[in-house]
Design a protein around this ligand. Structure first.
Ligand SMILES: Nc1ncnc2c1ncn2[C@@H]1O[C@H](COP(=O)(O)OP(=O)(O)O)[C@@H](O)[C@H]1O
Ligand SMILES: [Mg+2]
Length: 234
């Protein structure tokens, strides 16, 4: 579904992503792990079209999208939840969800899609008319994920979704990722919570200093303490 090949990205002169290749097949959950500063966020941003200086190839669903603007990628069915949740202050939970459909051809199905999402995220349903920013940090993260799911993307990129969230909500969130996978959503997950991420993943890639230094099945990585300690301790 997603094939990244020899991808490079720069911020100014700083060469942050240095020729990485990775693949996510339809229906998989793949985790991208690595220390702070390794280049994980920049990789997701480049896949979404948010980094100006880049080279290489990003194929999604068979099409080369490297040069497409972000909204085209979104319309192809690529969803993204950035590190900062960007819940819009002054808008209710419902209105924030509606934003997830703004550039989507499905705007007319809004009511059905909101009901469907509310069924999957009971915490949001209870608070549907509250101001989005009145939710707890974890609930705001759920809202950001729900908003990205509104357009029913084929694939979603999640950047450290469990960061700074209460353990009980982290459990709910990982259960939700399993459900999303079961309903056919392909997931590329960036996570510091390596144990939790590997438990729900099919495969994982480890990134260090802008390069992919290791990749394997999640099962093999769970058993490989040495690699985890070498590359994944903050
Ligand atoms: N907007 C930016 N401008 C310049 N440098 C950046 C910017 N964002 C990130 N960087 C640098 O790029 C490197 C990789 O960052 P990032 O992709 O955020 O890593 P990770 O998500 O793995 O922690 C870091 O050295 C970081 O300081
Ligand atoms: Mg990051």
């Amino acid at each position: 579904m997603l094939a990244v090949d020899k991808l490079h990205a720069w911020y100014g002169r700083s060469h942050v992503v240095q020729g990485i290749s990775l693949e996510v097949k339809a229906g998989e959950i793949v985790t991208l792990m690595g220390r702070n500063g390794a280049g994980k966020t920049t990789t997701l941003r480049t896949v979404m079209g948010l980094v100006a200086r880049r080279a290489g190839s990003v194929r999604f669903d068979g099409a080369e999208i490297l040069s497409e603007p972000p909204h085209r990628r979104f319309r192809r069915g690529l969803g993204y939840v950035p590190e900062d949740r960007r819940i819009v202050p002054g808008l209710s939970v419902r209105e924030n969800l509606r934003l997830g459909l703004l550039a989507s051809p499905r705007l007319r199905e809004e009511q059905r899609l909101i009901e469907r999402i509310a069924g999957t995220f009971p915490r949001l349903k209870e608070r549907i008319d509250q101001d989005g920013t009145s939710l707890s940090g974890g609930e705001q993260q759920m809202l950001a994920i729900a908003r990205a799911m509104m357009s029913e993307p084929k694939m979603i990129l999640l950047d450290e979704p469990s960061e700074g969230i209460m353990p009980v909500l982290v459990d709910e969130m990982f259960a939700l990722f399993r459900k999303m996978k079961e309903s056919g959503t392909t997931i590329l997950l960036v996570e510091q919570n390596v144990e939790r991420a590997l438990a729900i993943s099919d495969r994982a890639y480890i990134m260090d200093h802008g390069e992919i230094v290791f990749h394997d099945s999640a099962a093999n990585l769970i058993a490989n303490q040495e690699i985890q300690e070498r590359y994944c301790s903050i």
